[in-house]
Ligand binder design. Structure first.
Ligand SMILES: Nc1nc2c(c(=O)[nH]1)N[C@H]1C(S)=C(S)[C@@H](COP(=O)(O)OP(=O)(O)OC[C@H]3O[C@@H](n4cnc5c(N)ncnc54)[C@H](O)[C@@H]3O)O[C@H]1N2
Ligand code: MOO
Length: 415
């Protein structure tokens, strides 16, 4: 049996780094930067007020309260005049602090006119003066021109996208997302929404894997599932690959890889370049991977990586987490940290047993600094999986864990 690490390396090898392309910021969410981004501007670009109020020179203020003439009005977006000595300038949040001013008095600490209409030429009464520099956001306090603000490999989630826009970046060089075809197999499968006949079940792996792929940043194409029939399976693969909107970089199948009489994926792909193997893990023991050349209706023959996942729903999910998610994220240029689920060592709330000789991945929930396995080890327990926020990874040589034992916990709660 292969170890988890061996098989992970094999899957990683199947997927080369994707090409770099330029995308508008609005089209880059969830993708990874291909290069370091260097700021071409300084943020804030100028000293500006963090409060609506009045800009003054602290040294001009004697005993309080004091009444000053309002000498100018500074809304955000203007280039102000220097502050006339002995006066106040009405200023709005984000507006540039006028040269000569070193203090902002928030409007709440003033009286007289000041919040509506033009106030230039009127007076304002100041009841307190903040210390010099208070309520002023200094030029460069956030970003300095020339800084590497985001390194290559950063995944463009909301905050990095905000930062890129803030430094004036309109488009970025990112790694193209992988285009992945998902095909489930099984003669017992019925599409959700259709009536179930005796012996049938709803197809859940396809929608689940397509969602998992989307969370990984890939573009998933979900083909209609096929029965356990080799010609039908190969035909469906060829048609789906030829018809996909984006050229397919990876095919992911589920089901048909174990030891039964109708193992359609194994039968169809074993002599087409896919190796089937047993991995010392539970769930997820039967696995396959390789590269295949398909007969497509448009005769577009090229080698496409294939990963064949086991059909049990929890086995498919865990296999995806352990093998495909990190490999896909690496191929898409994600930083090493973003390729893997966050992991922590947490004490078990309850004792746990595992099988000898296989790494076990138990579905679990975290609470009060501990972790508790949720549901049993069986790989059909989809409801327990859906209610879990973690995986407990138990090494192959560990079989008995008392309450309080520290275990490695994968945090599944992010995307
Ligand atoms: N004699 C042996 N039997 C089995 C072995 C073994 O080593 N020897 N391995 C077991 C393990 S472990 C797993 S995992 C499964 C893997 O089986 P397959 O990949 O061949 O998958 P199927 O037999 O097609 O299905 C297994 C199970 O999952 C359900 N399933 C399949 N596809 C879907 C889907 N798209 N949506 C929802 N549910 C699905 C299917 O109905 C079966 O119940 O083999 C064990 N057997
Ligand atoms: O390995 Mo199977 O994936 O346990 O159910």
């Amino acid at each position: 049996m292969a170890s988890v690490a061996d098989h992970a390396a094999r899957i990683a090898q199947l997927l080369p780094r994707t090409a770099v392309e330029r995308r508008a910021l609005s089209e880059a969410r969830g993708l990874a930067l291909a290069h370091d981004v260097v700021a071409r501007v300084t943020l804030p670009p100028f000293d500006n007020s963090s409060m609506d109020g009045f800009a003054v020179a602290a040294a001009d203020i004697g005993a309080l309260p004091v009444e000053l003439v309002v000498s100018q009005d500074i809304p955000a977006g203007v280039d102000p005049q220097p502050l006339q000595p002995g006066t106040a300038a009405r200023i709005m949040t984000g507006a540039p602090v006028p040269p000569g001013a070193d203090s902002i008095v928030p409007v709440e600490q003033t009286s007289g006119r000041g919040t509506d209409g033009s106030v230039v030429g009127t007076t304002v009464r100041l009841h307190s003066v903040s210390s010099a520099g208070q309520f002023i956001r200094r030029r460069g306090s956030d970003v300095t021109e020339g800084d590497v603000v985001l390194p290559a490999g950063t995944v463009l989630t909301a905050a990095p996208i905000g930062l890129l826009a803030a430094i004036g970046v309109a488009d970025v060089q990112v790694h193209r997302p992988l285009s992945v075809l998902v095909l489930s197999t099984g003669s017992e499968l019925v599409a959700p929404g259709e009536p179930l006949r005796p012996g049938q079940i709803y197809e859940s792996n396809g929608p689940m894997l397509a969602a998992a792929l989307a969370e990984t940043g890939a573009v998933a194409t979900l083909a209609h599932f096929v029965a356990d029939d080799v010609p039908a399976f190969l035909d469906a693969l060829g048609t789906a690959v030829a018809g996909a909107a984006n050229p397919i970089d990876l095919i992911v199948t589920s089901g048909g890889v174990s030891a039964g009489a109708f193992e359609v994926v194994k039968q169809a792909l074993a002599d087409r370049g896919v190796s089937f193997t047993r991995v010392a893990m539970q769930p997820g023991m039967p696995q396959g991977s390789g590269r295949i050349t398909l007969d497509t209706p448009d005769d577009s023959s090229r080698e496409i990586p294939v990963v064949t996942l086991p059909g049990n729903p929890v086995s498919s999910f865990v296999s995806f987490e352990v093998f495909l998610r990190p490999a896909i994220r690496a191929a898409q240029g994600f930083s090493a940290a973003a390729q893997h689920r966050p992991k922590a060592a947490l004490p078990l709330a309850e004792p746990l047993t595992s099988v000898p000789g296989k790494a076990q991945f138990r579905r679990a929930t975290r609470a009060a600094g501990t972790v508790r396995a949720h549901g049993g080890a069986s790989s059909h327990l989809l409801a327990a999986l859906a209610h879990s926020d973690s995986l407990i990874e138990i090494p192959a040589d560990v079989t008995d864990l008392p309450a309080g034992a520290e275990v490695t916990v994968w945090d599944l709660s992010g995307t």
